[in-house]
Design a binder for this molecule. Structure first.
Ligand code: BG6
Length: 470
């Protein structure tokens, strides 16, 4: 490969490595009430409880990608993207979740896909990023098997409509998050706190996933691959004391392996089944589910990594009157001396990305994978803007570099990593945090008509992609 920078390249990545970024429909499209889109849970919850959203900002406009996709895709090209992940909004494509396909949505997604391809950017399409159509949530969301079938039909329609050009597909992004947010910790609609329902939702999400994979196999997209995107948060015990190790093992089972094992191995971990059975929380299952999961494993795993989970054995008996939560089994642990992101309150532990990859190599058949999200959120990032308008985010460059060193090492040790996508392309709206934490390589100026300006990290990313290393 041609070397364009004067700097020597110490960390060179394999030829054809995917460099790009990830986004989601609700977070960038805006036009929430335009183009025939139906409401999803975010539109609804914001109408109900706007005060729950940072500075009262909802998802109506976000970054306005719906109207500015051409300008944005040109910027992606400019900063070196060869691939880009976005999600289709189910409620835009099928406003009531089950009925007619919205032709304006088909036009929009076709235009986005064509524009990406015309710019040499491979579209990676995710089918579900936290955005349940409201009509589907009103009949129970993932708790209702009818919704699973509606989702499988939606997936199948997407393969038919866009599969001639889109070759890389994902069923879900971070499926644990709607379980945590919606059914355990009250940060997504429908704001339920109920471990039993949470387990059922998690289980049904995987059934929906397997049905979408089955539909994908039937669609027989030439050269196509399907996967799932998981936020694999490595669980580290406070010490090697057996009680701490057990606490970390349970956290790993509940938060990582409840999705990772069925998706990659086609079966749930026996220890997880036993744990749930012991506490009488096994979900309701149907005949045929086990085979469905067994037969529909993935081709490609997307790994989102932000921070580790550090736990220790419980120090006090749980209050029997408190709601049953995963924290019944462990306490969180703030490791002394850990490095923190000063602008977002999350730990930064770069080696975590390597530990995940080695674990995938050793225990999950070295399945093809890529880093599908990694990034640094910064509150109040506007203060780093200079007179020319550029944001000097050297901390983000360092963050990416330090993680990439570990990815590089994992590749040298034989892991099957095909690419790195940063979260995210441009500053976007993020659920209840709205515009609080900025993650983009491109700034979006909320005070100035959503004007886009490439950050210092965007230019750095360009040289990273062009040199296939740094
Ligand atoms: C990721 C999600 O886990 O975290 C994104 O996939 C989200 O959708 C991102 O925007 C950042 O979250 P936050 O709360 O820092 O804005």
């Amino acid at each position: 490969m041609e070397q364009r920078s004067k700097q020597p390249i110490t960390y060179r990545f394999p030829a054809g490595f995917w460099w790009g970024s990830a986004t989601s429909a609700t977070q960038i499209e805006g036009a929430a009430n335009e183009g025939g889109k139906g409401k999803n849970i975010w539109d609804h919850w914001y109408e109900q409880e706007p005060h729950r959203f940072f500075q009262g900002v909802g998802p109506e406009v976000t970054s306005d990608f719906y109207h500015r996709y051409k300008e944005d895709i040109a910027l992606m090209k400019e900063i070196g993207h060869n691939s880009f992940r976005f999600s289709i909004s189910w409620s835009r494509l099928i406003p009531d979740g089950v009925g007619e396909v919205n032709s304006e949505a088909v036009r929009f997604y076709n235009a986005v896909i064509d524009e990406l391809l015309a710019n040499g950017i491979e579209p990676f399409v995710n089918l579900y990023h936290f955005d349940m159509p409201l009509v589907m949530q009103n009949i129970g969301g993932w708790e209702n098997r009818e919704v699973i079938d509606a989702y499988a039909r939606y997936a199948s329609l997407c393969f038919q409509l866009f599969g001639d050009r889109v070759k890389t597909w994902f069923t879900h992004n971070e499926p644990i998050v709607p379980v945590e947010g919606g059914y355990l910790y009250d940060f997504h609609y429908p704001n339920v706190v109920d471990f039993r329902r949470a387990v059922q939702v998690a289980y049904h999400t995987m059934i929906a996933h397997a049905k979408a994979v089955a539909a994908f196999r039937r669609a027989a997209i030439q050269g196509g691959k399907i996967g799932i995107i998981l936020n694999l948060t490595p669980s580290y015990p406070r010490s090697q004391h057996p009680a701490d190790v057990k606490a970390a093992h349970i956290a790993d089972l509940l938060f990582n392996r409840s999705f990772l094992d069925p998706a990659v191995k086609g079966e749930y971990p026996q220890d997880l089944i036993e744990l749930l059975a012991e506490h009488r929380f096994l979900p309701v299952m149907e005949v045929g589910d086990r085979e469905l999961i067994k037969e529909n494993t993935i081709d490609l795993l997307g790994i989102n990594y932000y921070q580790p989970r550090r736990v220790k054995a419980k120090e006090h008996l749980p209050n029997p009157d408190a709601p049953f939560l995963p924290e019944r089994f462990f306490d969180y642990y703030a490791m002394p001396g850990r490095k923190m992101n000063p602008y977002r309150g999350w730990e930064i532990y770069e080696k975590g990305i390597y530990d995940i990859l080695i674990n995938i190599k050793e225990k999950y058949g070295n399945i093809e994978c890529f880093i599908s999200e990694n990034g640094m959120g910064v509150e109040g990032e506007e203060r780093f803007r200079d007179e020319s308008g550029m944001i000097h985010d050297d901390y983000r460059i360092e963050f990416i570099q330090e993680h990439l060193k570990w990815v590089h090492r994992a590749i040298e040790e034989g892991t099957n990593v095909k690419g790195y996508h940063i979260w995210t392309f441009m500053d976007n709206w993020s659920w209840t945090n709205a515009y609080k934490n900025r993650y983009g390589l491109v700034a979006v100026d909320l005070e100035n008509g959503l004007k886009r300006t490439i950050k210092k990290s965007g230019y750095w990313f360009k040289s990273l992609a062009e040199n296939n290393g740094f």
